[in-house]
Design a protein around this ligand. Structure first.
Ligand code: NAD
Length: 242
C-alpha cells in the first residue's frame, strides 16, 4: 500500500473499538502516526503495545469537561503537530422517546454533539496557524434518513451533520478540509444497544457492513488532492427501503 499519510499525525477519538479502531489501522497502514484517544484504558494500552511507536495513547473520558479541554494540548505535547482529526467517539440511545432515560439523553447529546464541537473548536487554532488540516466526523445514515425508531440518536447526528456543513464553509479559507462519513449499520459493539428487532432486520436484509469499509471511505476522503473536500459520504445500503 502507498504511504499516502507518511509524515502526518492523526488523532482519533473513540479509537479503541469499532470504526475508530478500523480508522486507526487504516491510517497506520498509510504511514501516519496516530494519537489514540479513548476512555477504555485497557483497550488503549493493549492497542498501543500491539502497534508500537506509531500509536500514541491518550486515555480520556471525553464526558469529563476538564479532561476534554486537555485533549488538544496533550495531543500537541505528545505528537508535536496535528494534521488529521477524526471526531468519532459517540454513543447510541435507541427506541421510543418515552423510554429514553433523561440521563442517557444528556450523556449521548453531550458526547455526540457538544464534545465534537468543543474538540473541533480546540483543534482549529493549530490547524489555522499551519494553514492546513483535515477533519472527519463520524455521522450516521440516520442523519440523512431520520429513523423514527431512534429519534434521540438521529437528532444528534442530524445536528452534528449541520455542524460539519456550516463549519466546513468557515474553515476552507484556512486550507482546512472538513467532511462527514455517514454509515448505516456497522458491525461494532454499539449495535448491542440497538433494538433487537431492528438488528434482526438489518441482518436479514444484508445491510450490515464491517468497520474496515468505513475506514476505506475515510482514507479515500483524506487522500484526495488538497483542492478537493469530500463533503459527506453516505453509505446507503443498496436494499435500504426509502
Ligand atoms: P464502538 O462502541 O465500537 O466504539 C466507540 C468507542 O468510543 C469505544 O472505544 C468507547 O470506549 C469510546 N467512547 C465512548 N464514550 C467515550 C467517552 N466518553 N470518552 C472517550 N471515549 C469514549 O462504536 P462504533 O460503532 O465504532 O461507533 C463509533 C462512531 O460511529 C459513533 O459516533 C457512532 O455513532 C457512529 N456510527 C456507528 C454506526 C454503527 O452501526 N456501529 C453507524 C453509524 C455511525
Amino acid at each position: 500500500m502507498s504511504k499516502a499519510l507518511a509524515g502526518k499525525v492523526a488523532a482519533i477519538t473513540g479509537g479503541a473499538s469499532g470504526i475508530g479502531l478500523a480508522s486507526l489501522e487504516a491510517m497506520l497502514a498509510a504511514g501516519a502516526r496516530v494519537v489514540l484517544i479513548d476512555r477504555d484504558e485497557a483497550a488503549v494500552m493493549a492497542i498501543a503495545e500491539q502497534q508500537g511507536d506509531a500509536v500514541i495513547p491518550l486515555v480520556i473520558d471525553l464526558l469529563d469537561p476538564q479532561r476534554c479541554a486537555q485533549m488538544v494540548p496533550q495531543i500537541l505535547e505528545k505528537a508535536g503537530q496535528l494534521d488529521i482529526f477524526h471526531a468519532n467517539a459517540g454513543m447510541y440511545v435507541g427506541g421510543d422517546l418515552v423510554d429514553a432515560e433523561p440521563d442517557a439523553i444528556d450523556r449521548m447529546l453531550n458526547l455526540n454533539i457538544n464534545v465534537v464541537m468543543k474538540n473541533v473548536r480546540d483543534v482549529l487554532p493549530h490547524m489555522i496557524a499551519r494553514g492546513t488540516g483535515d477533519i472527519i466526523v463520524t455521522s450516521s445514515l440516520a442523519a440523512h434518513f431520520p429513523t423514527p425508531w431512534e429519534p434521540v440518536y438521529a437528532s444528534s447526528k442530524w445536528a452534528i451533520d449541520c455542524f460539519v456543513q456550516t463549519t466546513r464553509r468557515q474553515v476552507f479559507k484556512h486550507g482546512i478540509r472538513m467532511g462527514a462519513v455517514s454509515p448505516g449499520p456497522v458491525i461494532t459493539a454499539l449495535l448491542a444497544d440497538w433494538p433487537a428487532e431492528k438488528l434482526q432486520e438489518a441482518k436479514e436484509s444484508g445491510s450490515l457492513i464491517e468497520a474496515s469499509e468505513v475506514a476505506d471511505v475515510i482514507l479515500f476522503m483524506l487522500t484526495r488532492p488538497r483542492g478537493v473536500t469530500i463533503r459527506d459520504v453516505v453509505m446507503l445500503p443498496t436494499n435500504f427501503d426509502l
